[in-house]
Design a protein around this ligand. Structure first.
Ligand SMILES: Nc1nc2c(c(=O)[nH]1)N[C@H]1C(S)=C(S)[C@@H](COP(=O)(O)OP(=O)(O)OC[C@H]3O[C@@H](n4cnc5c(N)ncnc54)[C@H](O)[C@@H]3O)O[C@H]1N2
Ligand code: MOO
Length: 408
């Protein structure tokens, strides 16, 4: 195998990164309306039963099942959601009740309106109820004193709903991470400018920053830095100890203008360089004071994939989120892949799923790490192990599906 001895596998690199990540301990309490995408700083215990009392799961009639043999049950009154004075159910009667209204004492079932017929001030039950029918018991959703959400939960809309259902309007979360981003390259200019000879627009800074926003971060934009050691040194010095993490793009390979590693090594340290993944081999990880340094490669797809696979897990770990394995699926390969064993590969691919063929995946034709449209046209990565020397059409392969925002 062509893999050089000093390249780390993705899992070795991930382990080293996880080892270097010390979870931030500073916390802050934020309004629930500002808590989306923040990370819970400690276990959140429930203080309220939800629902707070037994209540009706349907619009209909609260009854005592033993009474429903009678031909007609007189309607004693009405209970609506929000009503506080709840009458007890008289023997031999029923109470009209609305979904969510407290169950009256003496009732052991709610008969759905559609299973009854109304005859003036009485009803006839067409389907005999059983005790417990259409009753939502106190605490059946959340029980007081149970752990509602675990420390390290990345708060999404559903988490915010259960916190709100507890009556809370704020929540304690870890502080946002401070992450600096820069791109290096004499050829780069800002989007919106005009290209002159030899120049290209900086695509990576936009993509890297956008990927970071899936986590609670405050991004400091250090802009485009020329391929000059003095300029790199200056930016790295400014970021050192003022950022939790600094991400630079480009200049980490072996070209004459690739100074990033040597400047970081002088100002701090490089822990490892080169990971056996394709794209993304020349990924560098190190330290500048207390600031963790990630040098992603300049090729756009390489920058994107390494940010997803190595940088985001680092940030998640710093926020206190538990590690998780990416959710892989198995799919049938529609075209033979010829390759030499070398690096673990993240091919851009499209999967489709239909009842007749099941999950099938097709690699996109252009796999160069310079072709960013291979990511926008893909809906998954097709993962190939480093030592694989080819896969026949029809074999099963692993895929990692993108979510609608294109991230994994
Ligand atoms: N002799 C070798 N050459 C290269 C090797 C190698 O092992 N030996 N590795 C290749 C691989 S793999 C990669 S990936 C690249 C990474 O190199 P760098 O990180 O040094 O990146 P640059 O040289 O600065 O740029 C590479 C490529 O990407 C374009 N680029 C850079 N930054 C941006 C940006 N912000 N937005 C859009 N495009 C960007 C740049 O113009 C280059 O075309 O090295 C290979 N070479
Ligand atoms: O490792 Mo590079 O990212 O293939 O072009």
């Amino acid at each position: 195998m062509a893999t050089s001895a000093n390249w780390l596998s993705l899992s070795q690199a991930s382990a080293k990164i996880a080892q270097a990540a010390t979870t931030v301990t500073d916390t802050e309490t934020v309004a629930l309306s500002d808590a989306l995408g923040r990370v819970l700083a400690a276990d959140l215990n429930a203080t309220q039963d939800v629902p707070p009392w037994d209540n009706a799961g349907m619009d209909g009639y609260a009854v005592a099942c033993d009474d429903t043999d009678a031909d007609l049950l007189p309607v004693q009154g009405v209970i609506t959601a929000g009503q506080s004075d709840i009458p007890a159910l008289n023997r031999g009667a029923c109470l009209r009740i609305m979904t969510g209204a407290p169950l009256p004492a003496g009732a052991d079932a709610v008969v759905m309106q559609e299973n009854t017929s109304r005859h003036n001030d009485a009803i006839r039950c067409h389907v005999p109820p059983s005790p417990g029918d259409n009753i939502r018991r106190r605490g059946c959703d959340i029980s007081r004193h149970e752990v509602l959400l675990n420390q390290g939960t990345l708060l999404g809309p559903a988490h915010l709903m259960v916190i709100a259902a507890q009556g809370r309007n704020d929540v304690t979360v870890t502080r946002k991470l401070k992450v600096g981003v820069l791109t290096t390259g004499d050829e780069l200019i800002e989007p919106g400018g005009t290209l002159h000879g030899g120049q290209i627009f900086d695509a990576n800074r936009t993509g890297i920053s956008a990927l970071l926003h899936s986590l609670p971060v405050t991004v400091t934009d250090y802009g485009i830095v020329k391929d000059e050691p003095a300029q790199l040194r200056d930016v790295f010095e400014r970021a050192t100890n003022s950022q939790d993490v600094l991400i630079s793009s480009g200049g980490v390979s072996v070209g004459d203008a690739d100074f990033v590693k040597s400047v970081v090594a002088q100002a701090g340290s490089i822990d490892f360089w080169k990971v056996a993944i394709k794209p993304g081999k020349p990924f560098a990880f190190g330290k500048l004071g207390h600031t963790l340094f990630c040098g992603v490669p300049g090729n756009p797809v390489s920058a994107y994939v390494t940010t997803q696979m190595l940088v985001l897990p680092l940030l998640a770990s710093l926020c206190g989120m538990p590690g998780h394995e990416p959710p892989l699926s198995r799919a049938t390969l529609t075209a033979t892949i010829n390759r030499r064993p070398e690096r673990q590969e993240f091919m851009r691919a499209r999967y489709e799923n239909n009842a007749e063929t099941g999950l099938r995946v097709t690699p996109l034709p252009r796999q160069s790490s310079a072709v960013m449209t291979s990511v926008t046209q893909a809906n998954c990565y097709l993962l190939i192990e480093a030592d694989c020397d080819g896969i026949e059409q029809g074999e099963q392969v692993s895929i990692l599906a993108f979510n609608p925002m294109g991230s994994v």
